[in-house]
Design a protein. Structure first.
Length: 396
């Protein structure tokens, strides 16, 4: 073969190979990011290999852990709600800042996972940032889900009913051409809860997305320096609201769940000090948010918890990111634990609570349509109120 022919052959292979995808350049992921309002100008790593993430950290991982200066796990935060704490216009501006920041050309890290140990009660969650350390942290905190291809269309619940994803063209079904039939039942979104973490500052805000008067998803927007605990709170809030919308018969709410054999204790109002104390005691089931299914049991939303780095004993394949003596560790909750046998409400100066007051508190944490569900889960369960960490631990 002449030099010219070899050159032409190489050129043909170079320019006519399709698809030209790499680990950080996958067309389905890129299109899904466009649906999220993000344009990947660099690489976009979705649930990247651990080695891909660790090589992009500012320090080397040693003995399964790395100590960094950011992101901060715990500091003061407020989760602002669009249309309530802030205006819709203000949220749109914050969202635009985050989208522009993540569309500026830096490599993106896309963590697709879930909230909900029980698959039937799980919500798809996506966290997008330009921080490999944050990706590792949420790899630990989120529930790992089976690997599946991204469908860029399925951002929200009910996506398949949108007119833009349906045509009345003739479609080949493998046997013959038939006219496509419009779907009538809504399918769940693949990633109805999205977090965009980018731009300056530590502000955190959330907006619930509605379609035909139903909540079909939520978007969290946070500055690059927002604490991880604040992101957990915002993502959990969005997921709980969506779960309560999807299933009127369940109660998804912020809570701490303790499992002791056939006893299940749900702590309402637990702060991070109580969470760490329960974790140290060794009977933590679900941190931060849980879903109660009356007559069935309780399912944890989160697959991990923020813990003191001194107590780190995890053998997870995901390296531990230590910042300020805190880290994220896997809790690996089972799908379900037994129904709640006791509710503990943590309030300053409070030592007594009635069933009626407890029902009202559960309704306030969810919405008024949950009164019957709250009454059902409280029936037969003990109810108490405490004001200190010591008092909580005494009941466990």
């Amino acid at each position: 073969m002449s030099c010219l022919n070899r050159a032409l052959s190489a050129s043909t292979k170079e320019w006519f190979t399709f698809p030209r995808e790499t680990e950080g350049n996958t067309y389905t992921v890129n299109w899904s990011l466009v649906e999220d309002g993000l344009v990947s100008k660099g690489n976009a790593f979705r649930n990247a290999r651990i080695a891909t993430l660790t090589t992009r950290l500012p320090k080397k991982v040693e003995s399964g852990k790395v100590t960094l200066d950011a992101p901060i796990y715990i500091s003061d935060y407020n989760v602002l709600e669009s249309g309530d704490s802030i205006s819709v216009e203000d949220f749109a501006m914050r969202k635009g800042v985050g989208q522009c920041s993540l569309s500026a050309g830096n490599d993106l890290f896309v963590e697709d996972g879930g909230l909900g140990a029980l698959a039937a009660a799980r919500t798809g969650v996506r966290v997008v940032s330009d921080n490999a350390a944050l990706a590792l942290i949420f790899r630990t905190l989120l529930i790992s889900t089976p690997a599946r291809e991204v469908d860029h269309r399925s951002r929200y619940d009910g996506w398949n009913l949108e007119g833009r994803w349906f045509t009345d063209d003739m479609v080949w079904n493998g046997v013959q051409y038939r006219k496509e039939v419009a779907p009538t039942e809504a399918e769940r979104g693949q990633r109805p809860v999205l977090a965009i973490v980018g731009g300056e500052g530590a502000d955190i805000s959330v907006e619930f997305v509605e379609n035909q008067s139903k909540i079909v998803g939520g978007t969290v927007v946070a500055g690059r320096t927002a604490p991880v605990r604040g992101l957990v709170e915002a993502l959990g809030l969005a997921s709980c609201v969506l779960m309560n919308e999807r299933a009127p018969e369940v109660l998804a709410l912020p809570s701490l769940c303790v499992s002791k054999g056939k006893e299940t204790i749900l702590i309402i109002g637990a702060d991070d000090a109580i969470t760490e104390a329960v974790l140290a005691k060794g009977n933590l089931y679900g941190a931060y948010h849980n879903v109660i299914i009356p007559g069935v049991g309780v399912s944890a939303l989160w697959g991990g918890v923020i813990a003191p780095s001194a107590s780190l004993t995890s053998t997870s394949v995901v390296p531990s990111v230590i910042v300020g003596n805190k880290t994220a560790v896997k809790s690996d909750p089972n799908n379900l634990v037994f129904p709640v046998t006791e509710f503990i409400f943590v309030e300053k100066g409070s030592t007594k609570i009635t069933k009626e007051e407890a029902i009202k508190k559960l309704v306030d944490l969810t919405d008024e349509t949950k009164a019957r569900v709250a009454e059902a889960v409280l029936k037969g369960a003990k109810v108490s109120a405490v004001s200190t960490v010591k008092a909580v631990l005494a009941k466990l």
